[in-house]
Design a protein around this ligand. Structure first.
Ligand code: BG6
Length: 462
């Protein structure tokens, strides 16, 4: 394979996962319940084929073999998350020593294979007891999260050098408080805004706690799913709609995380509609003083936006959707196996935006991937021939490479995901892994893309 796209030396090649989605052992090893265990027990039918978070690839038991597989496909980095409810059942109080041993073993095993652990502290998995006292709406939960984060820094900070406070903090806001796809299934924009705000306070406070340790060469960041917002046309109404979508879905997290403050336009808009969140004295100073060192960018698809055809009914409850409509651009390229748009250049636009407007913050693609339903139909001679995924990865890497050529500070690429995993309400509907997983037998098999990424990692390009 001749190399046309070479990446900077030391580029991070790896993949991303999360505790609830791969560990299994949901009620073992002393783990407490989180909102997923609870919600599944309550409403199993909301989950694809009735499959819940107890049914995963069982990484809790198989991490050694899995890490060996990571090495075999050339990973030099791997992202996983710590489960708050496993480490501190109930969210506060005693530390579960079985969990400490488990995460220690995972970290040590990764390092023994020269794979750098990237550790995320929260991937949608609120301990049930914390949700019962209000979850992110309650500032007490914010402080308990910071205690949990600090416990992780103390326990694992001697070896872990890349920390992340949250994965996609907007998703629990959208899922849990706007659009009913996460527990607690509230639909209320005012509460949603408070949840988003408090999450960013938790981010800033955790960063502050992290800095106190003065670890050598360690960095802390946040992982955001950025969806570039493209207007239907250049007419002022479409442009405005697209800017507002960008404010709600990107800048409401990106700006406080990287610049340490909310965009004025967003504050004004929320103020006009009586939807500013409750704040406490000192919040603004806290946020400004505790911004991230590193940004993980999850990118799947862009947002296409148009002005609303009709003005919203002013008596209907306030929602972000008051200000814009999503728009299905004719001729857009689709991942027809998942129903999401594929727009590879989006990754370039995100990176150039970070370069131009966010101080060229150090970043990496922390998730990018192609979900496919019924992927078994692509098996030939016992292997899933996922050429579509290889094309998808190549397309995004080309644009990432272009952004790097133009000076953006991107350091790596992680696929979602290492192996097929359980996903929130969708369970095993959409498969994303370099390795397929048989849900019954737990057998893993490399897909064609696993061989491809090995070559890419070995040559540091393709
Ligand atoms: C990402 C999340 O946004 O999307 C993952 O970080 C999730 O946790 C992934 O699994 C894919 O989602 P889905 O719904 O296609 O399975």
């Amino acid at each position: 394979m001749s190399v046309d796209y070479t990446f900077p030396e030391g580029f991070w090649w790896g993949s991303a996962t999360s505790a609830t989605q791969i560990e299994g052992a949901a009620s073992q090893g002393g783990k407490g319940q989180n909102i997923w265990d609870y919600w599944y027990a309550k409403e199993p039918n909301r989950f694809f084929e009735g499959v819940g978070p107890e049914t995963t690839s069982n990484f809790y038991y198989t991490y050694q073999e899995d890490i060996k597989r990571m090495k075999e496909i050339g990973h030099n980095t791997f992202r996983f998350s710590i489960s708050w409810s496993r480490l501190i059942p109930g969210g506060k109080g005693e530390i579960n020593q079985e969990a400490v041993q488990f995460y220690n073993r995972v970290i040590d095993e990764l390092m023994a294979h020269d794979i750098e652990p990237f550790v995320n502290l929260f991937h949608f998995d609120m301990p049930l007891e914390m949700q019962e006292i209000g979850g992110w709406e309650n500032r007490e939960v914010v402080d308990l999260f910071v205690e949990y984060a600090n416990t992780c820094f103390e326990l694992f900070g001697d070896r872990v050098k890349k920390w992340f406070t949250f994965n996609e903090p907007i998703v629990p806001v959208e899922g849990g408080y706007l659009y009913d796809f996460h527990y607690p299934n509230v639909v209320d924009a005012k509460r949603a805004i408070q949840v988003g705000y408090n999450t960013m306070i938790a981010n800033a406070k955790s960063i502050k706690a992290f800095r106190f340790h003065q670890f050598d060469e360690s960095q802390i960041g946040v992982i955001l799913n950025l969806t570039p917002s493209y207007p239907r046309s250049q007419n002022p109404a479409d442009l405005k709609a697209s800017q507002i979508a960008d404010l709600f879905f990107n800048r409401s997290f990106l700006d406080p995380a990287v610049l340490g403050k909310y965009p004025q336009e967003l504050i004004k808009l929320l103020e006009e509609h009586g939807h500013l969140p409750q704040t406490e004295e000192g919040d603004a100073v806290l946020m400004e003083a505790n911004t991230v060192d590193l940004l993980g960018v999850n990118y799947y698809q862009p947002r296409r936006v148009k002005a609303k055809d009709h003005l919203p009914n002013p008596y209907s409850p306030f929602m972000p959707d008051w200000f814009f409509d999503n728009y299905e651009m004719p001729g857009r390229k689709m991942n027809k196996y998942r129903g999401w748009e594929i727009y590879e250049k989006g990754i370039y636009d995100i990176m150039m935006n970070l370069k131009e407007n966010y101080g060229n913050i150090e970043s990496f693609v922390s998730e990018n991937g192609m979900g496919v339903q019924d992927e078994g139909r692509f098996i030939q001679d016992g292997i899933i021939e996922d050429d579509y995924r290889i094309e998808f990865i190549k397309g995004h890497l080309q644009w990432l490479h272009q952004a790097i050529e133009e000076g953006c500070n991107a350091k790596g690429y992680h696929l979602w995901s290492f192996m097929d995993n359980w996903s929130w309400m969708n369970a095993y509907k959409n498969r994303y892994g370099f390795f397929s997983v048989d849900i019954e037998t737990k057998e893993r098999k490399p897909k064609k893309s696993a061989y491809f990424i090995k070559q890419v990692a070995d040559k540091n390009g393709f």
